[in-house]
Design a protein around this ligand. Structure first.
Ligand code: SF4
Ligand code: ZN
Ligand code: ZN
Length: 327
């Protein structure tokens, strides 16, 4: 197996591109793919200040590292969600990455700041843990990006993530979600710009990037992930991809090229895009106003996050084991 660029010994093959790369040229390939994505979708431009949502996993650390290599001023944001030991370890990975490189890492612990955590919020409100988690993360991401006057919030969603979410949205014809499934969501209505620069890289590639770039990331999955339907969608797409390399990329980028505009009337600003409770009143974009508690855009007195806090804060913390099955 030889590197496509230098003909030296290759360390990885990318079947969908029918290409092999040595370490140096694989790292360069990943950075070039991200650079191309940033430009193609007008995500950020040189000189922009970005906030990177960092979980300590391979994707968020890879995108942070790549943005730094591309010359961006990138600050990290780590959200402590109260997911037991998993999040203690993930926080250590995020902190170590930042410390070793002398980078700023903003930390928000939702137990310390809002007196809630994901397992307890899920248990008290009857939400699936990933729904309570997604709502909490989005709120903190939005607030931190706006408070710090960053030009964009960066998340580490990769091609596998986006193809799996698209697969689920198509399977259930969730047209409002399909309209929002873009790699860049513009700022507007009090929401910051959100960008996903890793959509050209699969998760095998982001993992390989970290290993080959010497980035120590959290390998274990979140204890709440078990049973998440997106894992089934990923498994189904992996099966197709193994028989027909390039299918995921064709599916996702074909959708962006040929179909997303058909759904874009549904919503054009940077609203939450995944794992959202469809029954939330603020799903309705018609009557937007500021949340009385936090000022976030909503269509009721309180935004969904403040309602979550109101129902959860002050209750006895619930151990993870009691919420795990409900995803
Ligand atoms: S798997 Fe669910 S609970 Fe765990 S970090 Fe992801 S969204 Fe949050
Ligand atoms: Zn090479
Ligand atoms: Zn609020």
């Amino acid at each position: 197996m030889k590197c496509r660029v230098c003909r030296g010994p290759a360390v990885i093959d990318i079947r969908r591109h029918n290409a092999n790369f040595c370490q140096e040229h694989f790292l360069r390939y990943c950075r070039t793919q991200v650079e191309k994505t940033l430009k193609e979708f007008s995500m950020v431009k040189p000189g922009d200040r970005v906030l990177v949502a960092v979980s300590g996993g391979k994707d968020s650390l890879a995108v942070w590292d790549i943005l730094l290599h591309l010359g961006y001023e990138a600050t990290g944001l780590y959200v402590g969600l109260g997911l037991g030991e998993y999040y203690d370890v993930s926080g250590r990975h995020a902190r170590r990455f930042a410390e070793e490189r002398g980078l700023e890492l903003i930390e928000v612990d939702i137990r310390g700041t809002y007196d809630i955590d994901v397992p307890t919020a899920a248990s008290v409100t009857g939400r699936a843990p990933c729904s309570a988690c997604g709502l909490s993360k989005r709120h903190v991401f939005d607030q931190a990006t706006l408070a710090g006057d960053f030009d964009a919030l960066v998340t580490g969603h990769n091609l596998d993530d986006e193809a799996a979410v698209l697969f689920g949205n198509v399977l259930h014809w969730q047209s409002d979600y399909l309209g929002r499934q873009q790699p860049v969501l513009p700022a507007g209505h009090g929401f910051p710009k959100k960008v996903k620069p890793l959509v050209r890289l699969g998760e095998r590639e982001t993992a390989a990037y970290c290993v080959l770039a010497g980035i120590d990331y959290l390998v274990e999955e979140c204890p709440m992930a078990k049973g998440n339907k997106h894992l089934h969608y990923k498994a189904a797409l992996n099966l197709i991809e193994s028989e027909s390399p390039g299918s995921k990329q064709a599916f996702y980028f074909g959708f962006l090229r040929n179909a997303v505009d058909l759904f874009s009337e549904q919503r054009t600003y940077s609203e939450p895009e995944e794992q959202r409770e469809r029954t939330e009143p603020d799903d309705d974009v018609g009557m937007l106003r500021a949340c009385e508690e936090c000022g976030a855009t909503t269509n009721s007195e309180l935004c969904a996050f403040c309602r979550l806090v109101r129902s959860t804060a002050g209750t006895k913390p619930v151990p993870i084991a009691m919420t795990r099955k409900r995803n």
